[in-house]
Design a protein around this ligand. Structure first.
Ligand SMILES: [Zn+2]
Length: 289
């Protein structure tokens, strides 16, 4: 699943292509992927355009120029969602790829298609159909953001004070806290493990055992880890391609994630992997305490 850096990369690239382009036509191939009535969804979007794209955690929010009952189209890629933009011979893909990189569109996984006035087309593909598109009002969007997303790294609401508060009176472990989108948004399995390594903290420690200094360290490495990954256009394994069709290049910078059985880059101990907070967790017992 793409995490904050990957979704931010899609957002930046896609915005450059579609902002201000009139939606000439739209088609829904799978009603399950659209959380509005099909007729209403299409009626509201055709003739409209997306003015810009916002993001909160892993949720994309396409702002509509003509605002009425709705003001935003939400897009969540979930496990297997994919956004592919095609204009003439240029193809940009972001999110998951069903095969190594099947950007022949439309294909059997295409659920929604938008055609813009300049001839560009945007395809929403989704193998497992957990992802969705949904038109919402400005109030609904704000409510969704408020109820589902915690503090957002790389924004002004991510402060040490707000971060420290998350650790008070909690029984959970560090990994589970970092993965909880209602507390901190956008961090998934990759960056949770990487942040713990950089902060030299074992991910399965109880949050109540962390010293003030360790919390401070974790706070700052999260920002560093995410910024660095955005710079490299996200981390890529075999099923993620960014919207320029490149695979992200951050993988070679990872210290622990996906490296179980390999040697730690710092101390040469073997990187271990266990299940914590329901997810495979990678760590170095020597570097992390
Ligand atoms: Zn180590």
């Amino acid at each position: 699943m793409p995490e904050l850096p990957e979704v931010e990369t899609i957002r930046r690239d896609l915005e450059k292509k579609i902002a201000g382009q009139k939606i000439k036509s739209a088609g829904i191939l799978a009603t399950k992927s659209v959380h509005n009535k099909s007729v209403e969804f299409l009626k509201f979007l055709v003739g409209n355009n997306f003015s810009h794209i916002e993001r909160r955690g892993k949720l994309l929010m396409f702002a509509l120029k003509k605002v009425g009952k709705y003001a935003f189209m939400l897009v969540h890629l979930k496990m297997t969602g994919q956004l592919i933009y095609r204009h003439k011979k240029q193809i940009l893909a972001g999110g998951h790829s069903q095969t190594a990189m099947d950007t022949t569109v439309p294909n059997k996984f295409t659920r929604v298609i938008f055609t813009f006035s300049d001839g560009g087309q945007l395809f929403f593909n989704d193998l497992r159909r957990f992802g969705y598109l949904k038109l919402v009002s400005k109030e609904e969007k704000e409510k969704i953001v408020k109820n589902n997303f915690g503090i957002e790294p790389l924004t002004p609401d991510y402060t040490l004070e707000a971060f420290e508060k998350l650790f008070k009176k909690r029984q959970t472990n560090v990994k589970a806290l970092l993965l909880n989108q209602k507390l901190i948004s956008g961090i998934g399995n990759i960056y949770a493990d990487e942040a713990c390594f950089d902060a030299r903290i074992l991910p399965f420690r109880k949050v109540s055992s962390l010293t003030k200094e360790e919390i401070r360290k974790l706070f700052s490495v999260i920002e560093h880890v995410l910024k660095l990954s955005i710079k490299h256009r996200g981390t890529t394994f075999n099923n993620y391609v960014d919207s320029d069709g490149n695979t992200g290049s951050h993988i070679s910078f990872l210290n622990v994630y996906g490296r179980a059985g390999e040697k730690c880059k710092k101390c040469k101990s073997i990187i271990l992997k266990n299940k914590h907070a329901g997810r495979g967790t990678h760590y170095c017992v020597k570097c992390q305490k």
